[in-house]
Write a protein that binds this ligand. Structure first.
Ligand SMILES: *[C@@H]1O[C@H](CO)[C@@H](O)[C@H](O)[C@H]1NC(C)=O
Ligand SMILES: *[C@@H]1O[C@H](CO)[C@@H](O)[C@H](O)[C@H]1NC(C)=O
Ligand SMILES: [Cu+2]
Length: 182
């Protein structure tokens, strides 16, 4: 009996490990979504964004979302948009470390606080499905460099798949542990 308990605990640990190792998809603003009424600073404050994570923006038709360089973020300036979406469901892959800046395409909303800045960190853990650029351990994060970013918006489905694969493999291992050892 004790052996079975041990196996179950090991399997659970494995599942949790697999879940935390996969890329995370963050729903911006959680249930409030990407909205003028959402306190986005507070939402972002307690989160650690890692390379490979995905930001999913969901919003009503009066809004849009644009990624802009830092210079344009402060003044809600949409002249130099890196990438944007307006269909109500837009995801951005955080494909490299550094700062990323998002604003609503409606300037007044942006002035009202509908803007989001996240700092993306290198994933120090193992098993990340994303090939993060190999920085020397112990050195500071590279300075933000928006020019070198090449986020691929369409690849977010791939990251979801990877996470689901991890879950599946873990669950399969769990079953093998439960029924294979008697
Ligand atoms: C907006 O940014 C562009 C450069 O991206 C700059 O030329 C322009 O002057 C800015 N507009 C305002 C109103 O600051
Ligand atoms: C919104 O986008 C996410 C990620 O791209 C996707 O998983 C989800 O199915 C989409 N939802 C809708 C309602 O289109
Ligand atoms: Cu808006």
């Amino acid at each position: 009996m004790a052996m079975v308990k041990l196996l179950i605990i090991s399997a659970l640990v494995l599942i949790v490990y697999a879940l935390t190792c996969g890329a995370t998809q963050y729903m911006v603003g959680d249930n409030s979504g990407w909205d003028i009424s959402t306190d986005l600073d507070t939402w972002a404050k307690d989160k650690k964004f890692l390379v490979g994570d995905v930001l999913l923006f969901q919003y009503s038709s009066s809004h849009s979302v644009s990624e802009v360089p830092k210079e344009n973020y402060e003044g809600c300036n949409t002249t130099n948009v890196l990438q944007s979406g307006s269909n109500g469901n837009t995801s951005f892959v955080l494909s490299s470390p550094g700062d990323r800046y998002f604003i609503c395409g409606n300037k007044l909303h942006c002035y009202g606080g509908m803007k989001l800045h996240v700092n993306v960190e290198n994933d120090q853990g193992t098993g990340s499905p994303v090939e993060a650029p190999k920085a020397q351990p112990g050195t500071a994060l590279p300075p933000p460099n928006s020019k070198s970013k090449n986020p691929d918006v369409t690849s977010s489905a791939y990251f979801n798949h990877v996470t689901i694969d991890y879950m599946f493999i873990s669950f399969f291992g769990f079953l093998v542990l439960l029924f294979g050892v008697k």
